[in-house]
Design a protein. Structure first.
Length: 166
């Protein structure tokens, strides 16, 4: 497994709008899939519940992200009414860096450290690439809406059940 999948997906837990929680310890991208929302989780169900609860307390901006085979993170959609929408994120934006830390394999430790300190109300600045040009977009992390959290947990636990039954 590429280390970037483990880097990007925990960051994605802050960002996703209704997609499966993925990327904690024991989570891997499903073979042949590009979408980070389709991860195969091998962690214990209780560990997943704990990681999901922790991700909720770190805040949410409302992006659904796809990761290409070469590690590029692209915004698939922006949740209506989210901090990401208010900040100006658009589908098709490519995430390049978070708070000045490049979103690549070599920065796993730095990204984990930066992410672990984030809380609701903090501002996160992303460097994005749009139409060939890079720019910065800042968004304030908000509480994850209950319906988004519930959908994330439900989708992930369905995937967990599918993996367990194989």
């Amino acid at each position: 497994m590429k280390r970037l999948a483990k880097v990007a997906l925990p960051v994605a837990a802050l960002l996703l709008a209704g997609s499966a929680f993925a990327g904690g310890k024991g989570c891997e991208k499903a073979e042949g899939t590009k979408n980070v929302a389709h991860a195969k989780c091998t962690a214990a169900a209780e560990e997943c519940r704990k990681m999901m609860a922790e991700s909720r307390s770190r805040g949410w901006i409302g992006l659904k992200i796809d990761q290409s085979e070469d590690g590029v993170l692209t915004v698939l959609s922006v949740h209506a009414g989210s901090p990401a929408q208010a900040a100006g994120f658009e589908a098709g934006d490519v995430l390049v860096a978070m708070n000045g830390i490049a979103l690549d394999e070599g920065n796993h430790g730095k990204l984990e450290a930066a992410k672990s300190g984030l809380r609701i109300g903090d501002t996160v600045t992303y460097t994005i690439r749009r139409a060939g040009a890079e720019r910065s977009i800042a968004a304030r992390l908000a509480p994850m809406p209950d319906e988004v959290y519930t959908a994330m947990v439900d989708e992930h636990m369905k995937e967990h059940a599918a993996v367990a039954s194989r």
